[in-house]
Write a protein of this length. Structure first.
Lengths: 247, 459
């Protein structure tokens, strides 16, 4: 099997609520299965990488200030990221990373930060800075072919609209907009979400969906993943889900 | 109107006392509603107010500053129980004011929550503000850290009093530029200690110049993003120090400042920073270095900050960690110690902890050395277990015991050196559980002794 190549973008600036932990988890789950995986970093003013050579491109979330800092630089990567996505690289995007792949992000002062426009959705920040979508969240998903309720932690002022293919339905919490019914964005090679926590810590199905996709990307023989012992992860999620849905 | 409000407040305090309840926050909350959110405005405070704020170390520094003045023979009022929001400060002043709202003291020394500095001191005249540091802490309560710093910065724009800032933290140092007309901005520093590094060790914020966006250059990092920094583009960080801790030796522990030697009790670099801030206030108010020395050398805490417990023959050190910085610090202390050890990590997610626990992913567990076993507990026992497991630590050496007493039993069942890390609301219950264990042990051993004296031939 080929090695899984990951590009982690703006790790030094977009890293809220343990977002970088997602890379630690992917690496850990690959290592436990003997799958080789490497994580390269890209940040402002790094040399322009060959985006299409990566199986997975990952962008976390940041505060408004950091998002402004990187937005010019991100524009320089537009063609590279868009081509990689079209060539089948997986995009895993959290919060700010999610927002910036849409058409634009309008901040609380009404200024537009242009997005890469790879997807049709757009985001408008809630003008009242105090009104944020904050808290634990439960989302019912079907992307693995089975019903899986995933749990994370959201904290965003941005209201993401025009999402045609959401990741799942909100059972508890806010999702794409305040009190909305949907959360995130999904395509076969895209998972975008507001979930921090980090997102993968309690949701091994998402990790394995991404790893399996990447292992099979550019690979002739189909790869099936070995099962791991996820007792701690699943108990962790069950306890939180139970607490949120039965209170 | 003022008198009526004061009267209502005092009646609430009296009623709470009658029921032997501590008048912590409630009187302030009632007055907050009656005054439309301006519950500190009705007091007449003629004496100077010194406020201490920042993410870590507020309580220690506030208590030490209070002792500086007390030992100088001054009458002071201090919010000792850490009631550091506007409502808590209002409750405190209600207890000490007369019926007209006049507060009689020489100095008010107030620990103040970061987000409440502008709220409280738009109502009460502040003479001196000490800002210790800003770390990611309870982000979900305060929104984002940048918003928090901007709030305090907004307050500093018109503040002309003394501003004593941690000059090794870019997040606090930047406040010194908020009001260019303020001639009373001062910075405290610390020279590098034995474990200072030239690379950043823990995940942190504030790596970019807040004024021009350039990456900051560091001569050294003490811990997290605290260290000697300079912006290569605009010169941010090139300020003149007011007081600097030098010749730091944590083994003893000892440091010097302005040529005077101080011997604090607690041997951590963040305590050195706190005590340097205290020495800075002594200098600012002309308090003798003898008094400062007396305060600094005696100050210690028994509230789960590097507190020691004997679990039978085995020593256990408990340390509070409200954020990655505190936890990383304990891990460093563990690593700097030879021999094998075991760790109990207690993680809660009550409201006061900030409902989110993802900060545990910014703890650098990959540095674990000679840690033979981990026990996890608290309302988020599984979260911390998953986190430690994914850092590469063997899952079979992790035991999850959400209930605290069984977690302490589990920790104590083997011989060896123990460490306990607990977050904010977990610290007191963890102390209590450790004490219960010690009490049970004493009970068992006295029972054994008695049965032996009775001729106990049980073998």
């Amino acid at each position: 099997m080929n090695k899984i190549k990951i590009l982690h973008m703006y790790a030094d600036m977009l890293d809220l609520y343990g977002d970088s932990g997602n890379m630690e988890i992917i690496s850990y789950r690959c290592k436990m299965r003997g799958i080789e995986c490497s994580v390269d970093k890209y940040s402002v003013d790094s040399e322009m990488p060959d985006f299409s050579s990566y199986d997975l491109i990952y962008i976390g979330g940041g505060a408004d200030l950091e998002q402004q800092h990187i937005s010019d630089d991100l524009q320089k990567c537009k063609n590279g990221i868009e081509n990689a996505y079209k060539n089948g690289s997986f995009l895993f995007l959290i919060c700010g990373g999610y927002q910036l792949m849409g058409k634009f992000y309008r901040d609380a002062d009404g200024n537009d930060i242009p997005g890469l426009g790879i997807f049709d959705y757009y985001t408008v920040a809630e003008p009242n800075r105090r009104k944020r979508c904050i808290g634990n969240i439960v989302v019912r998903t079907e992307f693995t072919g089975k019903t899986v309720d995933i749990v994370g932690f959201e904290n965003h002022g941005g209201q993401t609209k025009d999402v045609k293919t959401p990741l799942g339905n909100v059972l508890y919490g806010h999702g794409n907009c305040t009190k909305s019914s949907h959360e995130g964005y999904f395509e076969k090679n895209v998972i975008a979400t507001y979930m921090h926590g980090p997102c993968l810590s309690k949701n091994p199905e998402i990790s394995d969906y991404i790893i399996e996709y990447c292992a099979n990307h550019n690979n002739d023989a189909p790869v099936k993943l070995d099962k791991l012992d996820d007792e701690l992860e699943l108990k962790c999620r069950d306890i939180m889900k139970e607490r949120l849905l039965n209170k | 109107m003022n008198r009526l409000l004061i009267l209502i407040g005092k009646i609430v305090v009296a009623i709470l006392r009658l029921f032997k309840r501590n008048a912590g926050n409630l009187p302030g909350i009632i007055l907050w509603h009656l005054t439309g959110g301006k519950c500190c405005r009705m007091f007449k405070v003629d004496c100077p107010i010194i406020a201490v704020t920042g993410t870590n170390g507020k309580t220690s520094v506030t208590n030490c500053i209070a002792q500086l003045f007390e030992q100088s023979g001054k009458k002071i009022i201090i919010n000792k129980e850490g009631n550091n929001l506007d409502t808590g400060i209002c409750s405190l002043l209600l207890r000490y004011c007369d019926n007209s709202g006049k507060v009689n003291a020489d100095y008010l020394i107030l620990e103040t929550d970061e987000s409440h500095v502008p709220v409280v001191y738009s109502q009460l005249k502040l003479e001196t503000l000490v800002v210790l540091n800003f770390f990611r802490d309870q982000l979900d309560r305060n929104g984002e850290m940048e918003t928090l710093i901007r709030k305090i910065n907004g307050f500093c724009e018109t503040f002309e009093g003394n501003l004593l800032l941690n000059g090794d933290d870019p997040n606090t140092t930047r406040l010194g530029r908020a009001n260019p007309n303020n001639k009373n901005v001062k910075y405290f520093h610390a020279s590098p200690y034995a474990f200072a590094t030239d690379k950043i060790f823990e995940a942190s914020e504030g790596r970019f110049c807040p004024f021009c966006g350039e990456a900051l250059n560091y001569d050294y990092y003490q811990y997290s993003h605290i260290g000697k920094f300079l912006c290569p583009k605009c010169g941010f960080g090139g300020h003149e120090p007011y007081i600097t801790a030098e010749n730091i030796d944590l083994e003893k522990p000892v440091f010097t400042a302005d040529g005077h030697e101080y011997r604090p009790q607690l041997n951590s670099i963040y305590n050195i920073y706190n005590m340097t801030a205290v020495a800075g206030i002594a200098k600012l108010y002309g308090i003798s270095s003898e008094i400062a020395d007396n305060v600094i050398s005696k100050y210690t805490v028994k509230n789960g900050r590097m507190e020691t417990f004997m679990l039978g023959e085995n020593k256990a050190t408990l340390n509070l960690a409200k954020n990655p910085v505190g936890a990383n610090m304990t891990l460093r202390v563990m690593n700097e110690m030879q021999g094998e050890k075991e760790l109990l990590f207690v993680l809660n997610d009550n409201v006061a902890d900030g409902l989110d626990v993802s900060w545990i992913w910014d703890i650098n567990f990959s540095i674990f050395e000679r840690v033979t076993r981990v026990v996890t507990s608290g309302t988020r026992a599984y979260d911390i277990a998953v986190r430690i497991k994914c850092s590469g630590y063997p899952a079979q050496n992790i035991t999850v015991c959400p209930e605290l007493d069984s977690a302490v039993e589990e920790l104590a069942k083997t011989d060896g050196r123990k460490f306990v890390i607990a977050n904010y609301t977990a610290v007191q219950p963890t102390r209590a559980a450790l004490k219960r264990y010690i009490a049970r042990l004493a009970h068992v051993s006295s029972f054994e002794m008695m049965s032996r004296q009775k001729g106990g031939k049980h073998e």
